[in-house]
Ligand binder design. Structure first.
Ligand code: IMP
Ligand code: MG
Length: 173
């Protein structure tokens, strides 16, 4: 398997994740029952590091999304592959996503969650690729804005591979 070129090193990721955790801790001070919702599969490593930097009482509920499309292109046809096991009604929900690309997956999820009447919903995304944005998605906590390259590692895959790479890398053409 090709060794991807480093875009964001382990050290860079760790430092930013710590900052995001501190910011979230400050913003939700007083909230006693935060529900952190990592989106599977891509955000599982980011979320596991992030929650250890959040100094609040919280619970974790996973939600799986699949966006059908050709190759690396999202189609906007989104499917929930694994749903929350707890009701979100009246809860403060923090979605944890790996990357907002076209924004179509998050638009679908935000609309879906709104019908379940949470108290609040915020989005924390490790990465954002604005060049490919098709719908505007408010990202409350953003790790890094990146250029229009397909990235892998730290949970993100290419055809299910590379999720275990400890850094964010770019596959060279
Ligand atoms: P969107 O619906 O186009 O915003 O796509 C979001 C999903 O596509 C992300 O949650 C990722 O799972 C996947 N994705 C988008 N860009 C990349 C990338 O550069 N590398 C790996 N996965 C990506
Ligand atoms: Mg994803």
């Amino acid at each position: 398997m090709k060794q991807p070129k480093v875009m964001l090193s382990i050290e860079t990721l760790q430092a930013r994740v710590r900052e995001l955790g501190e910011e979230i801790t400050r913003d939700y001070a007083g909230a006693d029952d935060l529900m952190v919702v990592p989106i599977l599969k891509g955000s599982f490593l980011f979320a596991s590091d992030l929650i250890r930097c959040i100094d609040l009482d919280l619970s974790v509920e996973f939600l799986g999304l699949r966006s059908y499309g050709a190759g690396t292109e999202s189609s906007g046809v989104v499917q929930i592959t694994y749903d929350l096991t707890q009701p979100v009604t009246g809860r403060d929900v923090l979605i944890v996503e790996d990357i907002v690309d076209t924004g179509l997956s998050m638009r679908y999820l935000l609309e879906n969650l709104a019908t379940r009447h949470p108290r609040s919903v915020k989005l924390c995304s490790l990465l954002h690729k604005p060049a490919r944005s098709r719908v505007k998605i408010p990202i409350d906590y953003l790790g890094f804005t990146i250029e229009d390259r397909f990235v892998v590692g730290y949970g993100l895959d290419y055809a299910e591979k590379y999720r275990n790479l400890p850094y964010i890398g770019v596959l060279e053409e």
